[in-house]
Design a protein around this ligand. Structure first.
Ligand SMILES: Nc1nc2c(ncn2[C@@H]2O[C@H](COP(=O)(O)OP(=O)(O)OP(=O)(O)O)[C@@H](O)[C@H]2O)c(=O)[nH]1
Ligand SMILES: [Mg+2]
Length: 416
């Protein structure tokens, strides 16, 4: 049984606390898994990029304590884009005992590239195949055993939303952490020249005890990720050989972008092959509905008019419906004001105290509540319906190019 707990110091004194990290593409249900494991209430929602900083929680399973970190969604730990740096830094440098990579079983192929990268970088990996309920609906079957064979990582299927098989996930995490052995990996192969480069650098990197595997460290260094190189330099005392190696690489004329592209392509190619081996579609038109909705909601001709109509309707419903409860609340507060005011006057308090308490505090507070509460109580549920329906990410997509013109991102339209 999972026990939620927050008294860290007591437990840490009694037993080892394993360091677990939850990684995965955006919007695959990492925070939902995190909440199911810890009993906490991390924000979840049906659009990408809800989690922007690491969230930390704890859970206990069979008298073992686990610290778990929910990372922002990331498509790759290869690139060093600012958005993805927080997640990849934590994953690579926080000495994790196990990385749980959450994947969406309805689009496994897209998710697998990150899985292979994490498998390459971290010793203990658990692949948590989420949204099995959605897969059932769409007639998608994922062969978890085959996925485990293809990746060399422990694999478990769950449905985080209704906590299905969360206990099994705990057991797998527990086993992986305690087994303390390296799962036999099937590495992603690159061209002969790249493999030679990697092996040569790996031989040097192997001498140090980094938390990242020596193969992945070599890949990141050759890729030219300077932040990564500086970080690993700052971790060791004997830096001379590595500094010389970095200098050698800098002077070598090779195309870093081409290297990055070839490596990424290899991961994607492997993801495609693996998905074709592990995923079966029992319904031919499993994504017909989604594609039709995409066509309607994001087309150049209909996308923006539908958005204006939908949001306009929400505002109209909010404003027109909110008037009734607002009036009722306002009348209720006025009815309470009279006896309250009388009580304060009768108690013999000076007029300025009455002024502060009734004319100032009570009246302001009651006006704000009467005016603001009803629209909020109507607007947010309506907005949530649009979110659950999957409409909001499509709005973000529609507005992305306009937001980019002002240096922002389409997702910001949702908060605006
Ligand atoms: N049907 C179904 N929906 C799920 C499941 N798990 C998560 N979701 C929904 O998927 C959406 C995304 O969930 P989050 O937990 O916020 O995803 P995330 O990976 O943390 O997203 P980012 O923080 O943006 O990277 C939410 O609407 C969840 O309710 C599941 O097992 N089944
Ligand atoms: Mg999240």
């Amino acid at each position: 049984m999972i026990m939620q707990r927050y008294n860290k110091s007591r437990l840490r004194n009694e037993m080892k606390c394993y360091n677990i990290v939850l990684a995965g593409n955006p919007n695959v249900g990492k925070s939902t898994v995190f909440n199911a494991l810890t009993g906490m209430n991390q924000h979840t929602g049906n659009w990408t990029g809800k989690t922007v900083t690491n969230a930390v929680g704890e859970f206990e399973f069979e008298n073992t304590s686990f610290k778990i970190t929910d990372l922002p969604g990331t498509y790759s730990i290869l690139s060093n884009s600012a958005e993805e740096a927080a997640a990849s830094d934590y994953l690579l440098f926080s000495d994790v005992d196990a990385a749980v990579v959450v994947v969406d079983c309805c689009c496994l192929e897209r998710n697998l590239s990150l899985v292979f990268q994490v498998c390459e970088a971290v010793q203990n990996v658990v692949i948590c195949v989420n949204l099995l309920d959605e897969a059932d609906k769409k007639g998608i079957i994922v062969d978890l055993d085959e996925l485990s064979i293809q990746t060399g990582a422990e694999t478990i299927g769950i449905c985080a939303k209704n906590r299905r098989d969360i206990n099994k996930l705990c057991r797998v995490i527990n086993d992986v952490c305690k087994r303390n052995t390296c799962t036999p990996r099937r590495k992603t192969s690159f061209s002969k020249e790249i493999e030679n480069e990697i092996s040569a650098l790996e031989a040097i990197v192997e001498k140090y005890d980094f938390s990242v595997s020596s193969r992945f460290t070599a890949i990141k260094i050759i890729e030219g990720d300077e932040d990564f190189s500086n970080k690993i330099l700052s971790m060791i005392a004997e830096k001379d050989e590595l500094i010389r190696t970095f200098e050698g690489l800098k002077n070598k004329a090779y195309d870093k972008d081409a290297f990055y592209e070839e490596i990424s392509a290899a991961y994607y190619e492997r993801a495609e092959k693996t998905a074709s081996l592990c995923v079966r579609y029992t319904k031919k038109d499993y994504d017909k509905k989604d594609r039709l909705l995409d066509k309607i909601f994001t087309s150049r001709i209909t996308g923006i008019p539908i958005m204006i109509l939908m949001l306009g309707m929400i505002f109209l419903i909010t404003i027109s419906l909110a008037n009734y409860p607002s009036r009722l609340l306002s009348e209720l507060f006025s009815a309470i004001e009279k006896p309250l005011s009388g009580m304060i006057s009768d108690s013999g308090l000076p007029a300025w105290v009455h002024g502060i308490l009734i004319d100032g505090m009570y009246r302001t507070l009651s006006w704000v509540v009467a005016v603001m509460l009803p629209p909020m109580a109507i607007f947010f549920p309506l907005f949530t319906i649009l979110e659950d329906f999957g409409y909001l990410p499509r709005v973000a997509f529609d507005l992305d190019k306009y937001f980019h013109k002002s240096g922002a991102h389409g997702k910001q339209s949702l908060t605006m």
